[in-house]
Design a protein around this ligand. Structure first.
Ligand code: ADP
Length: 183
């Protein structure tokens, strides 16, 4: 599904984020930045060891990455030139600021990309795998954060949500229809 928000194309699709040709892809990392399972493992496998080398340098400089923050490395062997690593919140019932932290993860990734002059970026569904954030709620936060960001900053040509499963894609689509219907 493609929609236009001002001069930005917002695309929701089913796919593998490691195969995307946007300038940057976003990794749903963990605070250690040392790789892991899920999309994190897939990105390090496909991108090769240079990504982990740069992650180690970042951790040596700033320590572990707090939830909601974002940093950037090379894309290594990926089509994407850069990987933006962000840490989404672990879901623990919703009373520990999870919504705001998830919003921060998307916002800070977009903001960092913008600062670096990146014009196209792909996101996975942050926090909805191992971190168990409820999918519908996460989709609404992800999409409203992106929409609000794009309404304030018009430098992105394309923002993609690359959903790994058809069911996730459907939930994101429905969330978008609900959000855009409220305008
Ligand atoms: P988190 O720890 O933030 O929950 P996960 O990697 O466990 O991160 O899951 C986040 C989402 O990424 C899940 O919806 C999962 O299905 C999806 N995912 C896993 N591999 C890929 C991939 N190669 N491309 C896109 N999405 C992926």
């Amino acid at each position: 599904m493609d929609v236009r928000i001002g001069s930005t194309l917002l695309r929701l699709m089913v796919g593998d984020i490691t195969k995307q040709d946007t300038e940057a892809i976003v990794n749903a990392a963990n605070s250690s930045l040392m790789g892991g399972g899920g999309v994190d493992g897939a990105i390090h496998r496909a991108g090769g060891p240079r990504i982990l080398e740069e992650c180690k340098k970042i951790v040596a400089q700033i320590g572990s990455l707090p939830t909601g923050r974002a940093v950037m490395t090379t894309g290594g062997n990926l089509k994407a030139r850069f990987v933006i690593h962000t840490v989404g919140p672990v879901w623990s019932g919703g009373g520990r600021g999870e919504d705001e932290l998830l919003r921060n993860a998307y916002y800070n990734s977009l903001s960092l990309a913008g600062d670096k002059g990146i014009r196209s970026i792909s996101f996975p569904s942050i926090s909805t795998g191992a971190y168990r954030f409820p999918l519908e709620r996460a989709a609404a936060i992800a999409l409203t954060t992106v929409r609000d960001f794009v309404q304030e900053h018009d430098f992105f040509e394309e923002i993609r949500f690359v959903l790994f499963r058809e069911d996730d894609y459907r939930v994101y689509r429905q969330a978008w229809e609900k959000i855009s219907g409220e305008d």
